[in-house]
Design a protein around this ligand. Structure first.
Ligand SMILES: *Cc1c(COP(=O)(O)O)cnc(C)c1O
Length: 322
């Protein structure tokens, strides 16, 4: 039986569960950024969320919805990025065991961060083994619930709470720009936008090298691409999900792309002018606005989600110094 698509009432349920657990992140403004874009920008700073990205919202809510029996068997996921840390931290906070399947050659800092949040890291050889098969074998043995990074109704509902908070804080917006990988954040944001600011135009923004979402929207079906090479590692996904795509197709205004150079410039702008660390993937939405990838009328009210701030400091230094 196909899983039912989440609705705005699921986002509201998620916001109730997350109250007092997830940070209600600040909405930042900048006269410099406004001048560059020729609009009034409201940045929802999910780089300041717990574990450094919005992914905490979906991970925590998904785990909270498990039955007592499912919680006792633990959760499992395969990811080396922000979703791994989100699941490790949200599982620990709810007294649930988390197993994270990661490639053996994943950056040591990422492995350590995931273990630091209490995750049980299991590594595999990405040239010889299939991560889904590795995860499935563990699942069969332990009965753990698989929590995927985006294609899950509770994950989508949880991610939608960031945009919900933004609309509640600043009111109606003319535009909302959202970083896009597999589409959990964008589909959740669309549910909130349609409910709270129905005339708001919502754009997803992908790396130019990985524009599978844009291709899918044009074609009317999910298009799969090879793993793209981009600075935006959190959006280096190969396809949208069976749940995220129908929501995006129905409600999104359009999907835009930005280049790696535009992401690096945007990171620099945030460091220099706004004194905040935003990872390359977290800059996708802002880069589209600052580079005027779509014409925005002078003075329009524009929401921009900064999705995360986890970046290796040596890389960060190199990118912002350039
Ligand atoms: C995962 C991630 C994204 C993409 O989110 P999806 O829900 O997969 O579209 C964007 N930015 C950051 C920082 C992320 O970690």
């Amino acid at each position: 039986m196909p899983t039912a698509l989440p609705t705005y009432s699921d986002v509201v349920r998620a916001s109730e569960v997350l109250a007092g657990v997830a940070h209600r992140t600040p909405v930042l403004t900048s006269a410099t950024a406004d001048a560059l874009a020729g609009a009034r920008l409201y940045f929802k700073a999910e780089n300041l969320q717990r574990m450094g990205a919005f992914k905490f919202r979906g991970g925590y809510f998904a785990i909270s919805q498990l039955s007592p029996g499912q919680r006792a068997a633990g959760v499992i996921t395969f990811s080396s990025g922000n979703h791994a840390q989100a699941i490790a931290l949200s599982a620990r906070l709810q007294g649930v065991q988390a197993t994270i399947v990661m490639p053996e050659d994943a950056p040591a800092a990422k492995k350590a961060a995931t273990q630091g949040y209490g995750g049980n890291v299991v590594t595999y050889d990405r040239y010889k083994e299939d991560r889904e098969a590795v995860a499935r074998a563990i699942q069969e043995k332990t009965g753990a619930s698989l929590i995927p990074p985006y294609d899950h109704p509770d994950v989508i509902a949880g991610q939608g709470t960031a945009a919900k908070e933004l609309f509640e804080e600043v009111g109606d917006l003319d535009y909302l720009f959202v970083c896009l990988g597999g589409g959990g954040l964008l589909s959740g944001s669309l549910l909130s936008a349609k409910a709270l600011s129905p005339s708001c135009k919502v754009y997803g923004v992908e790396p130019e090298a990985g524009n599978d979402g844009q291709q899918s929207l044009r074609k009317g079906e999910v298009v799969r691409i090879p793993t793209p090479k981009t600075l935006a590692d959190g959006a280096a996904t190969t396809h949208l999900g069976d749940l995220t795509f129908p929501i995006i197709r129905e409600h999104v205004t359009d999907i835009l792309t930005v280049t790696d150079e535009q992401l690096a410039q945007t990171m620099r702008m945030f460091a220099e002018r706004m004194k905040i660390v935003v990872e390359p993937t977290g800059c996708l939405a802002a880069a589209a606005v600052l580079n005027k990838r779509v014409a925005i009328p002078e003075g329009a009210r524009v929401g921009v989600i900064l999705s995360g701030g986890n970046v290796d400091l040596a890389n960060y230094g190199r990118l912002v110094a350039a």
